[in-house]
Design a protein around this ligand. Structure first.
Ligand code: FMN
Length: 222
């Protein structure tokens, strides 16, 4: 017989169908305004917003509730400068040597290059780590499940929470991110997943003129 843990009543708010549909429309309108920004103002923002967004991310569904993530919130100016220096070093290698032609072509419309001034300009950088396994108190390895899926969902909530607080974000993945373990003093069971840059957009910021696929192209109802 399987053993069940303790259960508690679900904290669930029921709404009438019209309000539900109206909420879904409002959310869609709001999330459609999210755009990746690559140019940030140096104006500071309340730290609480970042902390609450990370707390929101940490509510994500995840494999066996083992919560395979760690978030490093960087606000220290010297650390941001060092992060920029190291990232630009890697990016220069990416753009001039490692990147296949097809990838460079696909990136052309974004106008990105090896320069990453946003790493120093934005007030906050959140480095998301994916825990590949856990380490128990006795030093033994503990298996974790669906770590990539779990951290991906948590990161989606993180970006949505920041957007909901009217902050701009950039999802940033420098070439070969393993240098982040040493820079941020994280153990080897944690793999850098991506960076979320957060702040206010620089005045006059422009974004690539792109579109999203229509519902019919990406989904079906059967
Ligand atoms: C996993 C992932 C990695 C990304 N890495 C970078 C990056 O290294 N540099 C960058 O400028 N944008 C990066 N982006 C942002 C995408 O280019 C951007 O989301 C895409 O062009 C769509 O634009 P939008 O976010 O404004 O809708 C990344 C996005 C994702 C999801």
């Amino acid at each position: 017989m399987s053993e069940k843990g303790k259960y508690i009543p679900l904290n669930f708010t029921e709404l009438d169908k019209e309000t539900m549909a109206s909420n879904s429309r409002k959310f869609l309108d709001r999330i459609k305004k999210r755009r990746t920004v690559r140019s940030f103002s140096q104006i500071d923002i309340p730290e609480e917003i970042i902390i609450n967004a990370v707390k929101a991310a940490a509510t994500a569904p995840n494999g066996a509730n083992l919560q395979p993530w760690h978030f490093v919130i960087i606000k220290d100016i010297k650390l941001k400068s060092e992060l920029r220096r190291l990232s630009e070093e890697k990016e220069a290698e990416f753009y001039s040597e490692h990147a296949p032609e097809e990838w460079l072509n696909d990136l052309k419309h974004l106008g990105t290059n090896e320069e990453k001034p946003f790493l120093e300009e934005a007030p906050y950088i959140i480095v998301v780590f994916e825990k590949k396994w856990d380490v128990l108190k006795d030093g033994k390895k503990k298996k974790l499940y669906y770590t990539k899926e779990s951290v991906g969902i948590a990161t989606g909530i993180l970006i949505t929470a920041l957007h909901n607080s009217c902050l701009a974000t950039l999802t940033y993945t420098p070439e070969n991110m393993l240098f982040l373990n040493e820079l941020l003093n994280r153990p080897k069971n944690e793999k850098p997943f991506l960076l979320v840059i957060a702040g206010l957009p620089k005045e006059g910021t422009r974004v690539p003129d792109i579109t999203k696929k229509d519902f019919d192209e990406i989904a079906e109802i059967i």
